[in-house]
Design a protein around this ligand. Structure first.
Ligand SMILES: N[C@@H](CCC(=O)N[C@@H](CS)C(=O)NCC(=O)O)C(=O)O
Ligand SMILES: N[C@@H](CCC(=O)N[C@@H](CS)C(=O)NCC(=O)O)C(=O)O
Ligand code: FES
Lengths: 104, 104
């Protein structure tokens, strides 16, 4: 399958997915927030994949229109980056979205 | 001169210095804050210098103990990173530090 298809498959199979870079503070912030909320996101570190990391980042841009990290999906739906996820949290909507998932 | 010496020279010659990476949001935040305060920091983008960028980042770690970006200096004094600079701002101390400089 294409990388775009593998992204679509990954976000369908895992309730919460974060495409990240290990040394990026915005990525760290999003992962830390989700963990504080008791969620264990499925994390893909793009900088740990060699040349495939950049190809995957390009595929994410094709699928979501967003090239940057972190790139967050909840319940198969594209949420956006760090500021998007924090905004949802401050509005109380992130816990609603997470509550709707079967995270047991 | 060694890279450590060039760092020390740079931070002596410019009132406000930021070692940054162009695509890093924490670096963007610090640069944006300083510009909002009317300061034109002397910015060195480490990811635009080829292999010297990493060598300079290592030299910064030797000089300051801090490897990460952004790396901020005011009046020749090492301030720290993004969170350090924002903390000083929220305590009102950043504007004091900047006020003491001859920025005209
Ligand atoms: N507002 C976005 C900013 C995202 C952003 O600019 N991310 C940077 C890293 S902090 C990025 O992906 N830069 C290009 C790259 O690293 O490939 C968010 O909150 O996620
Ligand atoms: N708390 C520090 C965090 C700094 C940090 O971890 N910076 C990251 C980029 S956001 C970094 O330099 N990672 C290693 C690298 O990029 O070489 C700050 O506020 O500046
Ligand atoms: S690389 Fe610095 S915040 Fe992402």
């Amino acid at each position: 399958p294409s990388l775009e298809e593998s992204v679509k498959k990954t976000v369908k199979e895992h309730p919460v997915v974060v495409y990240s870079k290990t040394w990026c503070s915005y990525s760290m912030e999003v992962k830390a927030l989700l963990e504080r909320l008791g969620v264990e996101p499925h994390v893909i570190e793009l900088d740990q994949l060699g040349s495939e990391g950049r190809e995957l980042q390009d595929a994410l841009e094709t699928v979501t229109g967003q090239f940057t990290v972190p790139n967050v999906f909840i319940g198969g739906k594209h949420i956006g980056g760090c500021t998007d996820t924090l905004d949802l949290y401050h509005k109380g909507e992130l816990t609603n979205l997470l509550g709707e998932l079967n995270l047991s």
